[in-house]
Design a protein around this ligand. Structure first.
Ligand SMILES: C[S@@+](CC[C@H](N)C(=O)[O-])C[C@H]1O[C@@H](n2cnc3c(N)ncnc32)[C@H](O)[C@@H]1O
Length: 302
């Protein structure tokens, strides 16, 4: 990937773009932006200076470093490889919610799942991918929607793959234990049926039942890297992540999703995202940020 940086360090590289305990200079931000783009496709420009500052300054203090300059030198060095992954964890935004953008789950339930569940009952294979699943609330919402229609779905060849780049957030997803306020968007009936209250070190949590977890496989996956599977998927949820990528990267991702979807497969994307570029002709936009793969131009399986 080539990185067309929006941060021009030919102009005043030492100018401070955000400060508090330490200054964050244009050069620091430019180096951090180049690394995060190379590692995760995440595109930062100067408007993100205070975000970078707030996400990293405390961490830099905890590491006992003198400031951003020393931190940049560390993460760019071979000895800083683990810290570079840690930086990615700090800079990714993990906000999510159960049944976020609920119209997707309604559409899944009424327009998509009936055929998929019938196929599974007849011995067919069904695959759903939650790409960028954060702490699991998205794939668990998918699983709850499936189980509300077919309580024994796990007995069939029906699986949900849930992936994210961030191993820390994935371990929360695998654990599936949430604070009560995270469950505000889960109906009381579903709460009762699919969660149990547990004491997590003196803190009350809501634990997803094993029969929900059984439907889901959690794996670490960087959307920018090779994908170690061929599909086809019947449904892909990729919501509120490509918004952090630049336009050329987004266009490539849409084409890759097209290559992963089976005939009439569905793609759900985030509220401020749109399928763009060549892949646009491969999809019908059938609802709010809801697409059906039609494969019109025939150039599939990227
Ligand atoms: C804002 S959350 C979205 C979660 C969920 N899809 C939703 O809409 O509620 C974005 C997630 O994308 C993940 N992410 C960022 N860059 C990624 C990449 N290159 N590959 C895979 N996941 C990535 C982050 O770790 C984070 O968990």
């Amino acid at each position: 990937m080539t990185f067309a940086s929006a941060i021009d360090t030919r102009q005043s590289p030492d100018e401070c773009l955000a400060s508090g305990e330490y200054p964050l200079t244009r050069r620091d931000l430019s180096e951090i932006a180049a690394m995060i783009y190379a590692d995760a496709g995440i595109y930062l420009n100067e408007s993100k200076a205070s975000l970078v500052y707030s996400r990293l300054s405390k961490h830099i203090r905890n590491l006992g470093l003198k400031g951003f300059r020393e931190y940049c030198t560390l993460v760019a060095s071979p000895a800083g490889a683990a810290e570079r992954r840690e930086m990615l964890s700090h800079l990714t935004t993990n906000f999510t919610r159960f049944f976020r953008e609920n119209h997707h789950f309604e559409h899944l339930k009424t327009d998509v799942l009936p055929d998929l569940l019938a196929r599974a009952r007849n011995g067919g294979r069904v695959r759903i991918w939650s790409a960028a699943c954060s702490d699991g609330q998205e794939p668990y919402s998918i699983a709850l929607t499936v189980l509300s229609l077919m309580p024994n779905a796990a007995d069939y060849d029906f699986r949900i793959l849930a992936t994210d780049i961030d191993p820390k957030i994935l371990s929360l997803a695998r654990a599936g234990a949430y604070d009560g306020n995270a469950l505000e968007t889960v109906s009381p009936a579903m709460r009762k049926q699919f969660f149990r209250e547990v004491d997590a070190g003196g803190r009350q949590k809501w634990q997803v039942e094993d029969r929900v977890k059984k439907l889901i496989t959690f794996n670490e996956l960087n959307l920018m890297a090779q994908w170690p599977f061929k599909g086809p998927f019947d449904v892909i949820f990729c919501r509120n992540v490509v918004i952090y990528f630049d336009e050329p990267t987004q266009m490539k991702i849409w084409s890759r999703f097209a290559g992963m979807l089976g005939d009439n497969g569905h793609l759900y994307i985030g509220h401020s995202e749109r399928v763009s570029g060549e892949a646009k002709s491969l999809f019908d936009n059938i609802g709010i940020t809801t697409y059906r793969y039609t494969g019109k131009s025939g150039g599939r399986r990227a």
